[in-house]
Design a protein around this ligand. Structure first.
Ligand code: NDP
Length: 280
């Protein structure tokens, strides 16, 4: 990858710009509009939002204000947990599109797997709605988030269309190897949420030492480390300088020794959110 516009290719042939701009905890209104506009002006062409972030309207406003052709921006949103199921998914999708002011999404994700009671059927019913929307060309690609192999397998057994993406927590100190290996084997792109560990790993002395060798910040090191692991990072920032900084990752390469050192780091910086244990 040589620029923000370079793409990974999903299993259905759709191209997805290699760094997504994260927007979780980005407050709706001025903060969201200004930061997303700044990201688009900097060259980001991939925005990650979700119904649960409550900022879809502001993100739509920024996209519209940017004047960039809709076709050149890749927009992801996610179905929230309270809307799982066939009819509820269809309605929630319409609501997300309405808020974003768009007539299609590039990627729609099941935000978290159902894991309790009738969880297999709930996930399968939701997925059937995703497939309908995909077949109607209202979404260019469909995927999941926070699914482990034991959630993915029953969904894939019943699916007509395979998930193109699994968005999971992934950063130095948390590689979720089993899920990543399963997805790579099944041609499902991994997207990294919290690629900077939500800021928790930026003061790690080992990462600081490695980043200094390349004259880069730890944030830049983490983003590049994702890309070199063939994982698509979704760094979030509402700070202009950091939005620029996080895009400057194409002028250095992490050596294979340093990649190994980071890959072997002990468990750090995790959110502690386990899809089998969450209560939301
Ligand atoms: P990140 O790992 O991207 O870290 C964001 C934090 O780091 C913010 O506090 C930000 O501060 C700070 N930061 C950003 N860049 C820098 C920098 N260069 N130097 C120092 N600090 C920096 O965290 P997120 O947890 O937000 O994850 C990224 C995205 O992943 C989300 O925004 C969302 O789109 C997605 N996500 C998806 C989830 C899912 O369940 N599917 C769950 C969580 C996240 P500031 O903004 O103040 O500049």
């Amino acid at each position: 990858m040589k620029s923000l516009k370079d793409q990974f290719i999903l299993n259905n042939g759709v191209g997805i710009p290699c760094i997504g701009f994260g927007t979780w905890q980005t407050h709706a209104g001025r903060v969201a509009v200004v930061s997303v506009l700044e990201a688009l002006e900097t060259g980001y062409r991939h925005i990650d939002t979700a119904a649960a972030y409550d900022n879809e309207e502001s993100i739509g406003e920024a996209i519209s204000k940017s004047g960039i052709n809709r076709k050149n921006i890749f927009v992801t949103s996610k179905l929230w947990n309270s809307n799982r199921g066939y009819d509820t998914t269809l309605r929630a999708f319409d609501e997300s599109l309405r808020k974003l002011g768009l007539d299609y999404l590039d990627l729609y994700l099941i935000h978290w797997p159902a894991t309790k009671d009738d969880w297999r059927n709930q996930n399968n019913d939701t997925w059937r709605a995703f497939e309908k929307l995909y077949n109607e060309k209202r979404i260019r690609s469909i995927g999941v988030s926070n699914f482990k192999p034991h959630h993915l397998k029953p969904l894939m057994e019943k699916a007509e269309i395979m998930p193109a993406v699994n968005q999971i927590e992934f950063h130095p100190g948390l590689m979720q190897t089993e899920t990543v290996e399963f997805c790579k084997k099944n041609n499902i792109l991994i997207e990294a949420w919290s690629p900077l560990g939500s800021g928790r790993i930026l003061n790690n002395p080992d990462l600081i030492k490695i980043a200094e060798k390349y004259n880069k910040s730890v944030a830049q090191l983490c983003i590049k480390w994702c890309l070199q692991n063939n994982v698509l990072p979704l760094p979030k920032s509402i700070t202009i300088e950091r939005i620029h900084e996080n895009a400057k990752v194409f002028d250095f390469i992490i050596s294979s020794q340093d990649m190994d050192r980071i890959n072997m780091m002990p468990h750090i910086g995790s959110s502690g959110l386990d899809p089998d244990k969450i209560n939301f």
